[in-house]
Design a protein around this ligand. Structure first.
Ligand code: CP
Ligand code: NVA
Length: 309
């Protein structure tokens, strides 16, 4: 645990399997404390800055409430309201904010902004979603799977759809946690080849298995978890129509889930485009755990903050 103090949380790639398991256990413990009404405030007197360049419901609320529960406070800093929106450099922003704050989160378009902020800051920086990855969501999702299934190793998680930030973070997490990850995306929308290679390299050491496929029916065979996300992520709205055509055969519906295990979990980071990437029957069905995932954002991020800040 002491090895985590002061560290950034930019992606699961930077954390060892043991460190990820430690964070998952801590998240479950902090959830238990919260439900039991136990006050736990290791971050009393500390402040978290939250830089947002894109919309958010879950991330903003769960970080803000989480920081409050841990005894600290959070400041919502919309990009347009701080000088960064008028061209102050990320480095100057990082140096300045480090003089006031004890931690920073950033939700931005280019992942290099996250890296640059972390490089310039002397306080821990957390990736709250970039075009490349969404590690806080993946951590909360694996907490959810662990709670529901009692284990992670050996489980098959199938990701259907766009090879986006969610696909990347879930894949990286699965490789660290010894799981079998399979994705199915249309031609041209596969996950990033470099990230797939890194995940495969990790998998060769942990016993995980990483498959990048095109056919959703093949991928979903024997799935313990079926995960999907929107076809057009934030920043890709103008491609909506063209993506609807490309992803037509990638809807998670009643026919597709037949091929999964009977007790499969349906997962989605939210927000969802109901009737597009998933049907109402599946997302509202008995296998769906979407709101448990949303809740666990709070507990998983409290664990990250308590560990690194
Ligand atoms: N899943 C997620 O990050 O949701 P928000 O965009 O609402 O924060
Ligand atoms: N892939 C989605 C996730 C939103 C939480 C996006 O980047 O918009």
């Amino acid at each position: 645990a002491s090895r985590l103090k002061g560290r950034d949380f930019l992606g699961l790639m930077d954390y060892t399997p043991e460190e990820i398991r430690y964070l998952l256990d801590l998240a479950i413990e902090l959830k238990r404390k919260q439900k039991a009404g136990e006050v736990y405030q290791p971050l009393k007197g500390k402040s978290l800055g939250m830089i947002f360049e894109k919309s958010s419901t879950r991330t903003r609320i769960s970080f803000e409430v989480g920081m409050y529960q841990l005894g600290g406070q959070a400041l919502f800093l919309s990009r347009n309201d701080i000088q960064m929106g008028r061209g102050e450099t990320i480095r100057d922003t990082a140096m300045t904010m480090s003089r006031y704050l004890d931690g920073l989160i950033i939700r931005t378009f280019g992942h290099r902004n996250v890296v640059e902020l972390a490089r310039g800051a002397t306080i821990p920086v957390i990736n709250a979603l970039s075009d490349q990855s969404h590690p806080c969501q993946a951590l909360a999702d694996y907490q959810t799977v662990l709670e529901m299934k009692g284990r992670l190793e050996g489980l098959k998680i199938v990701y259907i759809g766009d090879g986006n930030n969610m696909a990347h973070s879930l894949m990286m997490g699965a490789s660290k946690l010894g799981m079998h990850f399979a994705s199915a995306s249309p031609e041209g929308y596969e996950p990033d080849a470099g990230i797939v290679q890194s995940a495969k390299d990790v998998a060769s050491e942990t016993g995980a298995r990483i498959e990048v496929l095109h056919d959703p029916r093949e991928a979903v065979e024997n799935a313990d978890i079926i995960y999907t996300d929107v076809w057009a992520s934030m920043g890709f709205e103008e491609e909506q129509k063209e993506r609807e055509r490309a992803f037509r055969n990638y809807q998670v519906n009643e026919a597709l889930v037949q091929k999964a295990k009977a007790d499969f979990l349906f997962m989605h980071c939210l927000p969802a485009h109901r009737g597009e990437e998933v049907t109402e029957v599946v997302i509202d069905g008995p296998n769906s755990v979407i709101f448990d995932e949303a809740e666990n954002r709070l507990h998983a991020q409290k664990a990250i903050m308590a560990a690194i800040m």
